[in-house]
Design a protein around this ligand. Structure first.
Ligand SMILES: Cc1ncc(COP(=O)(O)O)c(C=O)c1O
Length: 389
């Protein structure tokens, strides 16, 4: 029989996060700081709106692009929070999570087999590289540095650009480092994007979770709107991971082609989730602010705990992750994470799950209660004290 499988799929490495989840699942007393989703339930009024839509019998497909009410609210949101005006009828697509939007944007822009390059700063979210490969692009990794607080600098970008570069993935606020790009950081790279005629896929899924001023989107900078596909969603800001809802905003020409793939592959995002999301955008600001404050409190607690125990960690101002360095303990990230799990039953994710340059770091999520974080920090402190002797 002939090989039924596609080489480009078989060649993909499985996600490095899974392995730890599988181990933790068999350890009932373990504390996991591994998961990348909010520990809050979706605010009740949002859930209620989803339930109400079912009661009203709204159980049909929506338009391929998403409910116009939802797109209108997304447009209002982008104006209100980012200062960007998107036309809800032509420049917007509601997707199955930000995940689908990333995949669609790459597939709509890459010509397979032509050697087009996609720049992917790492450490970063696990799906950019495989999606770029599946779209037929050549992923080119830019290694972000702890000494730059894991921001992308103009020099790093310039060095990575070739004649074949077409797209820059901009993953800020960042998973796993918690790094953000402030306005001046974005202003430093924008001229290069324009000069080399690049497009940007800006993954802003954590845009509501910043702890140092408001998030700035690269699409709000002069000349960038027409080159940027802005990706966002409801998973992180509104604690709605299971509702599977996200969106992309950008130039009509690109969104139109993304919509075509979405139409053939998915039809439309879940209808119940879309009704709930309308309410999230209309009435959810207070909930977002409350959750942000809770995350910020935990973030500050972790920074304090790390400094007390002598664990080096740059201060992250975004998302809900910290990315401490474990270099001084003479172990790889994987060894450290594995020993910590076995000895102290605390699960963290090795930095290498987010790219080779994550070696020497751990991703610790603070989407957990302060109570659990405190127990976990005591255990980590005991673990490293033993290594310091
Ligand atoms: C940086 C980043 N982008 C996108 C996603 C996908 O989110 P969703 O598909 O739930 O919207 C995640 C999820 O962890 C993420 O961390």
């Amino acid at each position: 029989m002939r090989d039924p499988l596609a080489r480009q799929v078989v060649g993909l490495k499985p996600s490095g996060i899974r392995k730890f989840f599988d181990l933790v699942a068999e350890m009932p007393d373990a504390i996991s700081l591994g998961v990348g989703e909010p520990d809050f339930d979706t605010p009740w009024h949002i859930r209620d709106e989803g339930i109400y839509s079912l009661e009203k019998g709204r159980t049909f497909y929506t338009s391929n692009s998403g409910l116009i009410e939802l797109r209108t609210e997304i447009s209002n949101y982008c104006k209100r929070r980012l200062g960007i005006d998107y036309n809800p009828r032509e420049e917007m697509l509601v997707t199955v999570g930000g995940s689908e939007a990333i995949d669609l944007a790459l597939r709509a822009m890459i010509n397979p087999g032509e050697g087009e390059e996609v720049l992917i700063p790492q450490p970063s979210y696990v799906s950019y590289e495989p999606c770029a490969i599946l779209a037929g692009a050549k992923p080119v990794i830019i290694e972000l540095k702890a000494e730059n607080e894991f921001r992308l600098t103009a020099a790093e970008l310039e060095e990575a650009i070739t004649d074949k570069t077409k797209i820059l993935v901009l993953p800020f606020p960042n998973n796993p480092t918690g790094a953000i790009m402030e306005k001046e950081d974005l202003e430093a790279i924008a001229p290069l994007i324009e000069k080399h005629d690049l497009y940007v896929i800006s993954d802003e899924i954590y845009s509501e979770l910043t702890y140092k001023g408001d998030h700035v989107s690269i699409a709000s900078l002069p000349g960038m709107r027409e080159r940027t596909i802005l990706i966002n969603g409801f998973s992180k800001a509104y604690a709605m991971t299971g509702w599977r809802l996200g969106y992309a905003c950008g130039p009509k020409q690109i969104i139109g082609q993304m919509t075509k793939i979405h139409q053939f592959a998915i039809m439309c995002a879940p209808t119940t989730s879309q009704y709930a999301a309308v309410d999230a955008l209309r009435n959810g600001d207070g909930d977002v602010a409350e959750m942000r404050e809770a995350y910020n409190q935990r973030r500050r607690y972790l920074m304090h705990a790390f400094s007390e125990m002598g664990m080096e960690c740059f201060e992250p101002f975004g998302a809900f992750y910290v990315f401490p360095s474990i270099r001084k303990f003479g172990m790889t990230s994987e060894e450290f994470a594995m020993e910590l799990l076995k000895e102290e039953e605390v699960a963290v994710v090795p930095g290498t799950a987010f790219g080779d340059c994550g070696e020497g770091f751990l991703r610790i999520s603070y989407a957990y209660s302060l109570e659990n974080l405190k127990i976990a920090m005591e255990r980590i402190s005991r673990f490293i004290q033993k290594r310091a002797k």
